[in-house]
Design a protein around this ligand. Structure first.
Ligand code: CO
Length: 135
């Protein structure tokens, strides 16, 4: 059902500082400009690798869903893993059929396509994002 790994999400207190770490330590120059998704309470940018991406996410606004995560992990930490799927609605019903907890209705994610999140309790402690492959 799932296609390639699209990205690994990393929550950080400052995406500018985190991006600088990838520049300084790993010589990665290809890092996108930060963008905002106010409806989801995050600022984000992508660190582009040859075969995948790291998505840096920072809380935005008062009710950011990653605020709690950063309270537990003040320096930041690995937050989710994202796999591509062809059809998000199919993926959602398939996950539900298999008894997994889907955390949200499909909504537009950082790549501009629909995404859902699967509860960590179903994935050995890992929050998994499924995103529809961009056309
Ligand atoms: Co993501």
């Amino acid at each position: 059902m799932v296609g390639p790994l699209n990205h690994v999400g990393v929550a950080v207190p400052s995406i500018e500082k985190a991006a600088q770490t990838y520049r300084d330590l790993y010589d990665i120059a290809d890092i996108t400009e930060p963008s905002e998704m106010p409806t989801q309470g995050v600022r984000f940018c992508f660190v582009n690798l040859e075969n995948s991406q790291i998505e840096l996410i920072e809380p935005l606004g008062d009710n950011s869903p990653i605020e709690k995560f950063l309270e537990k992990n003040p320096k930041g930490g690995q937050h989710h893993v994202c796999f591509e799927v062809k059809d998000i609605n199919k993926a959602k019903s398939e996950m539900e059929r298999k008894g997994a907890t889907v955390l949200n209705e499909p909504r537009i994610g950082a790549h501009g396509t629909l995404v859902i999140f699967i509860h960590p309790k179903d994935n050995n402690g890992v929050l998994i994002e499924l995103m529809e492959t961009p056309k």
